[in-house]
Design a protein around this ligand. Structure first.
Ligand code: ZN
Length: 286
């Protein structure tokens, strides 16, 4: 038995006795789908770290919307191509099986929703909509993003003609407070908190496991690298989410129905009609 097998078994035991499981995911759950961690300078999306603070802030967006969208374009390209992976699907299945109360994500890429998760709290916003930072007009993002990617036209507000930005949280911006509040309430009432693919470095979403622990929850962490909460966790699995999550979730999924083979036709009623000729022998027989 591998060490990770024993850890997965321990995590499954904790999940069996839990009544309110809440999960938090970060960039690490979408990297197997080919999406880089856009907040990380290591992602290759940043020429130099200083750019990040100039471009992807609300101030940067207001002053240089073109530079912001130029920065966003390669990220949009990969996100639009990406497909949900086995880890996204595992969490959606866990919810459908009634074993996951809420899924909180730091990701903006919509992959959890596309995998079928419904009790979803996107605390860093999402790419479904664009919003006008001046008059707060909100519109579905699809047409605007298609126009931008095809002919470079920046999204403009229909009401006030200012440039619109995707409904994602930029650096230095406040998180959507209603979503964050709901996420905190779920963390508060969880008796098992599952972290998947987050190093828990980005506050305040990264603080949710501590909130859950403070209210008596158990903590399971699945992440490739170490996290800030490894010491506090009941089970830490340093592994790939696409390997680990399906195994963690599998015991909670409904058993597939066994399909019984159709009954064999009664033998001997019409001998010779459908039977193979006598000289044909089943291989191995005789
Ligand atoms: Zn506007």
């Amino acid at each position: 038995m591998k060490q990770s097998d024993a850890l997965i078994d321990r995590a499954i035991d904790l999940m069996r006795t839990a009544r309110r499981v809440v999960a938090l995911t970060g960039a690490g759950i979408s990297t197997p789908s080919g999406i880089p961690d856009y907040r990380s300078p290591k992602s290759g999306l940043w020429a130099k770290a200083a750019d990040m603070m100039e471009v992807a802030t609300l101030q940067g967006f207001r002053h240089r919307p073109q530079a912001f969208y130029d920065w966003l374009r390669p990220l949009l390209d990969v996100i639009l191509q990406a497909q949900p992976n086995a880890a996204h699907r595992a969490l959606a299945q866990l919810e459908q099986a009634g074993h996951l109360q809420a899924l909180i994500t730091q990701n903006i890429d919509l992959l959890h929703g596309r995998a079928g998760s419904r009790a979803l709290y996107e605390v860093h916003g999402h790419l479904r909509e664009v919003v006008c930072p001046t008059c707060h007009f909100v519109a579905p993002a699809e047409t605007y993003i298609d126009e931008f990617l095809s002919d470079g036209r920046l999204p403009r507000c229909r009401r006030c003609r200012h440039f619109m930005k995707p409904s994602v949280v930029l650096f230095g911006e406040l998180l959507p407070w209603q979503t964050m509040r709901a996420a905190q309430q779920h963390a508060h009432s969880a008796d098992l908190f599952l972290v998947a693919g987050s190093s828990l470095e980005v506050a305040p979403a990264g603080d949710l496991p501590a909130l859950a622990l403070a209210h008596g929850a158990r903590l399971i962490i699945v992440n490739l690298g170490p996290t800030a909460m490894d010491e506090e966790a009941d089970v830490v699995i340093h592994g790939d989410v696409v390997d680990v999550l399906p195994r963690l979730v599998e015991p909670f999924l409904p058993r597939p129905l066994l399909i019984e083979p159709p009954p064999a036709p009664p033998a001997g009623l019409f001998p010779g009609k459908n039977a193979p000729p006598n000289d044909v022998r089943v291989s191995g027989a005789g």
